[in-house]
Design a protein around this ligand. Structure first.
Ligand code: GAL
Length: 389
């Protein structure tokens, strides 16, 4: 059963302006009959000039959901939804200032990754007989667009209204080795039914490859609240793309049946995580795999349903993409201080990255990621929230 919470009075008190996130420092009260103060970072901590462009923090809201998004990497910084007691809960991992995103190694917290999200084997692919070489930033492979992918660019931002933010990034011909000038637009919309919709749009002036996705790290019990191992996960996939030891698909599609990757009925994320007989879990250091979403005739297919065991918060993922990478936070190392002074400890968040299969440019049998001039790359994913008591 879905229960929508009416918190409009409080939200309008908590947020005066669209653009300026107002910080509340009060601790959340355990008295759920009172309006709950919500914590989102101070917009000032995001206002900088990076590579000659202004970065900022934008707030999207309706009476059921609040999202704070920065145009640095088009990243979701905070996402607040009510838990089973009506307490507004931030379900994504993020930093409370832009410097923590710009400095150090990239965790891709909340980012749009591109031009090609996920891996391309040995940083090489061919288009029309010409070989292109990309930076290899993940062992022998190229990951998430290379050294300075879309997650590290300042996007042009236009807040269309209280609920919609449009972000545009023009990636020049040859940037990070990719051919063609690509104009990418990502539109974030908070929806009345407690969802965050992400619309992706791209065009190119030369044949290229594109695979955009959002890399939010979710903990449905609340950011920094501990292990995700007891979250219940359902993934609507009969098959996955098995990988080699460098996480490049072998090219086969294999059944999830009788493997720890079978999430067709809701199963605790941690239930089989230590299954040492699984070479796939060994290679992934846990879950880090692309699932082949069972196709339907609907424009958007329900790819996953996850529930926070403590909060009762349920997240449904709807997408038109053929695949979804389930990454279980295996490289989270506790070395980063995230919002509220917490640490990004091992496996305290998961990503569900809706996308095309990894390394598609080198697998002609996989759904194509090639974009030609005159074509439009257009995809949609919705993360929709509700609660179960
Ligand atoms: C995921 C990827 C992981 C890891 C992570 C970032 O998308 O599949 O292997 O690189 O991003 O730490």
């Amino acid at each position: 059963m879905r229960i929508l919470f009416s918190i409009s009075i409080f939200v309008s008190l908590a947020f005066g302006a669209c653009h300026n996130a107002q910080q509340t420092t009060e601790e959340q009260s355990s008295d759920t009959t009172k309006p709950q103060p919500m914590q989102i970072p101070d917009a000032k901590a995001f206002q900088q000039t990076i590579d000659g462009k202004p970065s900022n923090l934008y707030v999207l809201k309706n009476s059921n959901i609040v999202a704070a998004i920065t145009n640095y990497g088009a990243r979701v910084v905070s996402l607040l939804v009510p838990d089973k007691n009506g307490k507004m809960t931030d379900v994504v991992v993020g930093f409370d200032n832009v410097n923590d995103y710009t400095q150090g190694s990239d965790t891709y917290f909340g980012a749009i990754v591109g031009r090609y999200g996920n891996r391309i084997a040995k940083g090489k692919f061919e288009l029309d007989g010409k070989e292109y070489t990309l930076p290899t930033n993940n062992g022998p492979n190229s990951l998430h667009g290379g050294d300075t992918g879309f997650s590290r660019k300042v996007w042009d931002a236009q807040q269309l209204n209280d609920s919609t933010l449009q972000l545009t990034y023009v990636s020049k011909d040859g940037e990070e080795g990719y051919p063609g000038t690509l104009t990418a637009k990502v539109t974030y919309t908070v929806m009345g039914n407690q969802g965050l919709k992400i619309d992706y749009h791209a065009t190119t002036d030369k044949k290229t490859v594109v695979n955009l996705t959002n890399h939010s790290y979710f903990n449905l019990n609340g950011e920094g609240s501990g292990t995700i191992n007891n979250h219940l996960m359902m993934i609507n996939a009969d098959k996955f793309t098995p990988v080699d030891s460098t996480l490049i698909p072998t090219g086969n599609l294999e059944s999830v049946a009788n493997t720890p990757l079978d999430f067709r009925s809701p199963t605790a994320i941690g239930a089989r995580i230590n299954d040492t007989s699984s070479v796939q879990l060994k290679y992934g250091k846990g879950y880090d795999h692309n699932f082949v979403i069972n196709p339907t005739n609907d424009s958007l297919t329900k790819a996953a349903e996850v529930m926070g065991d403590q909060s009762g918060i349920v997240m449904d993922v709807y997408t038109d993409q053929p695949g979804m990478q389930f990454y279980g936070g295996n490289f989270m190392d506790g070395l980063h201080t995230i919002k509220g002074g917490k640490k990004d400890n091992y496996r305290t968040a998961f990503c569900l990255e809706t996308q095309h299969y990894p390394d598609s440019p080198n697998h002609p049998d996989f759904p194509s990621t090639t974009l030609s001039p005159g074509e439009v790359y257009k995809t949609t994913t919705i993360y929709e929230f509700s609660v179960k008591q």
